[in-house]
Design a protein around this ligand. Structure first.
Ligand code: N01
Length: 512
């Protein structure tokens, strides 16, 4: 272990904090720490730039499927969104602007992947090992590693034999010119639905390989005029009112999109079916595109240009299952060989909600990976995990929404974690460790409610579900309810230990 070196010593007053990941979660956390006058934090980012999923997903057409006035920080409103649904480049620019405005860059260690974390009970310190073997120490660790980050590559026979160009939507090769090429898109989820209409006009031929047709609602996007942007800049209260309207609008949809009720799903299925019939006249194509699962079971997709793109002459929707990939194309079960120059894998993400993001060892050497591999990922309110003191997660287990902006939840978590940090500091506690009984009771209730959701009862398979069919990804209720429940950091829900004495502690290499 000769390459391990310890970072310079600071006093405990500096209270070293490490944030892992610099997407929306890590950036928001950094902003709130600085606002509270806490500068002794470092953000470890495995890539060479901030942005997380918005940095990585550069495929043509990539945009948010949640209106940007609510898919942005409430404390950093941006009056300049180009459209109702912000595009990837401007969302990434928004994050870069947040980082610059709040002077976060000096806190960030780029190209630094944390591969191991071990808690030292005696000192109340987390030892974090990076890929290069450095060890950093922290009193508090906040993981903001995101969920939709690692591409899920399909297990298709011959996938490595293909001699043409092949890439995943989240790793788009922007140097590749797909103009006049024969291109395949495997998958018809949110990413595919954005890519397909964007590349269709330029490619020679497009084969769309569909396994399960999705429910698709109209998007109704529109460009925001310069006049309106200036108006919002002048009257920020109007923008927060718009945010409020969008928030409560989506909250009102929650029962329809969450509960396992055929009656509640029906109006949405009717609207989506009308959207299909409006754009697709050919009865055979319509039939292929008609979903057979309950609306909401998979994430609702919004698009105005996907169906029209599928009706174009240079597009074929292929529903015969893929048998294998060859050197020059894809062979389907019906025996047809589809000759191709390029294959786009729009096959989603590996959420890994039955494993920890890396090796994490809590009190008494317990291993998070071992614990989560039994029944899936659990945390209290998605944030704290019993046995892993002073360890907080942003966008942790069961905190994803099926009906609204994930950032509503993210902000609530950041606020809660700030409460935890302030409690640790002001009460001179060595650690806070959520009580096992409190965490278990919370998750029993979550999983009980999960049985009544469309995600488990709606006859579909989605990335929300673990291999055993359990859902550790989403929150089965209103955002308002989640936010209310997490409003206050309650110390009586935690085991605590006083810090024995003020002593010099090794700190991270935190700037500032
Ligand atoms: O991934 P997905 P995604 N052979 O998992 C198919 C967010 N997002 O990247 O349905 C053939 O939804 C798979 O088929 P099936 C959003 O939360 C947001 O599109 O499993 N096909 C499916 O059609 C979203 O929910 C935005 O039968 C295979 C597709 O690949 C999440 O990211 C934009 C296959 C995967 O769909 C993931 O969306 C984009 C195989 N072996 C994404 N394996 C915003 O706008 C998989 N498929 C914010």
């Amino acid at each position: 272990m000769s390459n391990i070196h310890h970072i310079k010593q600071h006093t405990s007053e500096e209270f070293p904090i490490v944030i892992i990941g610099c997407g929306f979660g890590g950036i928001g956390m950094g902003i709130k720490l600085r606002e509270a006058g806490i500068h002794s934090f470092t953000i470890f980012e495995r890539a060479d730039e901030v942005g997380g999923t918005w940095r990585d997903n550069t495929y043509p057409g990539c945009a948010c499927d949640v209106p940007s006035y609510v898919y942005s920080f409430s404390f950093e409103p941006n009056p300049n969104w180009s459209n109702i649904f912000g595009q990837q480049q401007e969302i990434q620019q928004y994050l870069l602007d947040c980082v610059a405005k709040h002077q976060l860059r000096s806190h960030i260690r780029f190209n630094t992947a944390v591969v191991k974390a071990e808690f030292n009970d005696e000192e109340g310190i987390w030892n974090l090992t990076t890929e290069s073997g450095e060890i950093h120490q922290a009193r508090v660790v906040i993981t903001a590693v995101g969920g939709l980050t690692d591409p899920a590559l399909p297990d298709i026979t011959g996938i490595n034999d293909f001699k043409g160009e092949m890439f995943h939507t989240a790793r788009w090769n922007n140097d590749y010119d797909y103009g006049n090429k024969r291109v395949a898109v495997i998958g018809t989820g949110c990413s595919a639905v954005q890519v397909i209409p964007s590349i269709q006009p330029d490619v020679a031929h497009l084969d769309v390989f569909q396994r399960t047709p999705a429910w698709i609602m109209p998007r109704h996007d529109f460009t925001i005029s310069q006049k309106f942007k200036s108006f919002l800049a002048k009257y920020p209260k109007v923008q927060s009112a718009i945010r409020g309207v969008l928030y409560w609008g989506s909250e009102s949809l929650a029962p329809f999109l969450i509960l396992d009720s055929k009656w509640l799903s029906k109006p949405f299925e009717a609207l989506a079916y009308r959207n299909l019939t409006k754009h697709v006249e050919d009865p055979e194509l319509r039939q292929k595109l008609t979903p057979h699962f309950q609306f909401g079971c998979k994430r609702m997709i919004v698009s105005d240009d996907y169906y029209p793109a599928l009706t174009q002459e240079n597009v074929a929707l292929i529903t015969s299952p893929i048998e294998r990939i060859t050197e020059d194309g894809i062979v389907t079960k019906d025996g047809v060989h589809h000759a191709l120059d390029c294959i786009v894998l729009a096959t989603g993400f590996d959420l890994s909600l039955a494993a920890s993001p890396f090796e994490i060892q809590g009190r008494d050497q317990r291993s998070l990976n071992d614990e989560w591999s039994v029944d899936g990922a659990y945390a209290y309110k998605g944030v704290s995990i019993a046995g892993y003191p002073n360890w907080f997660s942003i966008m942790g287990p069961n905190t994803g929404p099926g009906h609204t902006s994930v950032l509503i939840y993210t902000e609530a978590q950041i606020n809660y974690i700030m409460g935890g940090i302030q409690t640790l500091k002001t009460q001179n506690l060595k650690y806070v460790d959520v009580r096992q009984d409190v965490m278990d009771e919370y998750n029993r209730n979550i999983q009980k409610r999960m049985k009544h959701t469309v995600w488990t009862g709606g006859s579909c398979v989605s990335w929300y579900l673990n291999a055993d069919g359990s859902n550790h990804a989403l929150y089965p209720g209103f955002a308002t309810e989640y936010c209310h429940g997490i409003k206050q950091f309650k110390l009586n829900e935690y085991e605590t230990t006083l810090y024995p004495q003020v002593q010099d502690l090794p700190a991270t290499s935190a700037a500032g």
